[in-house]
Design a protein around this ligand. Sequence first.
Ligand code: PRE
Length: 265
Amino acid sequence: MSNFTENNPFSLDKLRSTLIRLEDTIIFALIERAQFALNNCIYTKGALEFNGATGDRSFLEYFLWETEKVHAKVRRYTSPDEYAFTSPLPEPILPVLKFKEFLAPNDINVNGSIMDIYVKSIVPVICQDRDDNNYGSSATKDIECLQALSRRIHYGKFIAESKFRSSSEEYIKLALANDRNGIYELLTNRQVEEKLLERLRRKALVYGQTFDQEKEGQNSHLRVPVNVVVELYERWVIPLTKEVEVDYLIERGQKAAEGQQKQDS
Ligand SMILES: O=C(O)C(=O)C[C@]1(C(=O)O)C=C[C@@H](O)C=C1
């Protein structure tokens, strides 16, 4: 613990409480998206003309890019826990904020994988496979889901930094040996994962209910099935968070060792 006390905003407990809050954001975003049909054409480049506005992007990519341009102008992506999916983006029109420095500088961004998994393996599972013409509404909800997932997954960097600060020597040793498996094992906490999946199961059950008296408590009427939410975390969210953590810790450990060497020479 030493200088890493309970009041520290970057303590593992505080960081984990942010991950718990993001579970709610993600579940509600999925429920919101699931009310519309799949509308597959919004994910397919050139599927619809959209007045020629989308160029060589799909409708979702076009919408996301336009949205991120506005968000970039109000400095969303200067925040260390926000990652853009598209580029190039304009400079902020607001003065740059000074954030508390915690993370080591890095370029890790797994939004490409998040987009791919979301379009291929998440939306087709939560939405009915048909076209209901709600293209704008569907893409709006997609953007909310993608941003929430991206924030959660990249939050792994904060968790990784916190872990690094409490066991630097072990991580440095593994990073110098480029031992990704070793780092993966060291950062893994199976008890936390099991607890998370159990909590998620209960949340998905409660949040997904319609609360119509006659349907209350019946899983068959859930707006997003419980197992879909749990599987989403098991198959994608936790593994991608761990991938971000491993990438971060390899770089972090190697740079820390370089720094130590320079000091010694
Ligand atoms: O809470 C942690 O310690 C994390 O690293 C986050 C997380 C997760 O993605 O939820 C990932 C790896 C651990 O095994 C447990 C949980």
